[in-house]
Design a protein around this ligand. Sequence first.
Ligand SMILES: *[C@@H]1O[C@H](CO)[C@@H](O)[C@H](O)[C@H]1NC(C)=O
Ligand SMILES: *[C@@H]1O[C@H](CO)[C@@H](O)[C@H](O)[C@H]1NC(C)=O
Length: 388
Amino acid sequence: MTIFIFVFAVKLNEALVGLCESSVIVHGYQCQEFYVKTEDGYVLNMQRIPSGESSSSSGDDDVKVNKQPVLLQHGVLVDGMSWLLNSPQQSLPFILADSGFDVWIAHTRGTRFSRQHANLDASQREYWNWSWDELVDYDLPATFNFVYHQTGQKLHYVGHSLGTLIALASFSEGKLVDKLRSAALLSPIAYLSHMTTGIGILAAKAFAGEFTTLMGVAEFNPKGEAVTQFLHSLCKNPGIDCYDLMTSITGENCCLNASTVDLFLKNEPQSTSTKNMVHLAQTVRDGILSKFNYGIQVMNVEHYGQGKPPIYNLANIPKTLPLFLSYGGRDALSDVKDVEMLLDKLKFHQGEDLTTLFINDYAHADFIMGVNAKEMIYNALISFFGRH
Ligand SMILES: *[C@@H]1O[C@H](CO)[C@@H](O)[C@H](O)[C@H]1NC(C)=O
Ligand SMILES: *[C@@H]1O[C@H](CO)[C@@H](O)[C@H](O)[C@H]1NC(C)=O
């Protein structure tokens, strides 16, 4: 019960419009809003879809049924709404709910529904003083343990993009694995050194290069003036096609619905911290997975007691932890060569404990918004969950 010292939940007043109201209940599903506080004070919004469409009219009793919980964790520069943009027949949370799972959607610190903090304000620099190390250390344990305590059950996990990296890093440290049934990793990101997106490579160089100026603790707001200008300057480079920015970042998605992309662009992208972007850029540059590098040896010593930041050793992920991993042939962020490096780290996983699904035509966004993702991936993912 000690968990409730750190974590609290508030059922939102019905009058407040959250994602439940705008994107779930409208489709005839039940939905509950929660707020979960991390140990370092960030207040994270979550939605729970406790049951499928068919049982939506039978009232609150359904919630108590012993269904297996699934936690959905989105990637960088978006929020949990990115799971909910297609029709219910095509969107993973609804498909999971209709398949009998108790579905929980998380939103990373700094995104629009998760901007509160116990004693900081998002307008303050200190609020943005974190990288994905803190998502591993605080956000993921907060949402994960919250679901575990609410449901009294071990979880299935689905991560997309950065949502896979923080899970892998966490599992490699032996965290959360005792409360986990299995994990599905879509567009897995761990190693990033083969990333093919031109604008991503340039951005990574800029972040890692102009390290001292950019490391300034600040919000990275993709809709803000500073980031817009930064992107503009990158787009002036030869060979960078910014006509379709989304394609130049994610790779050529095969299967997106134009109306869904419009909805995506209206609601996303979302803010993250500049420090998080710098940390990702370090991963691209260094080709290894380590904690945030302060760049100056004495600062690393101060933070880690050693001159170089500690490495996340993915080979330490328990080999009996069931993993489902799906990646795409056209994904510019999760390049096939990088996924192969990841798979090499997982080579001691055997048989049923590692299922891989390669989709030749898929790029980064197809995994969450592809109109045929149910047939291509989600059905296999659900039967994988069913086996664990
Ligand atoms: C950011 O956090 C680190 C500890 O992780 C601390 O050493 C540093 O002073 C903080 N910087 C700011 C500007 O708050
Ligand atoms: C694309 O989205 C629109 C609007 O939601 C919908 O009417 C249409 O059926 C969708 N097309 C496909 C192929 O899913």
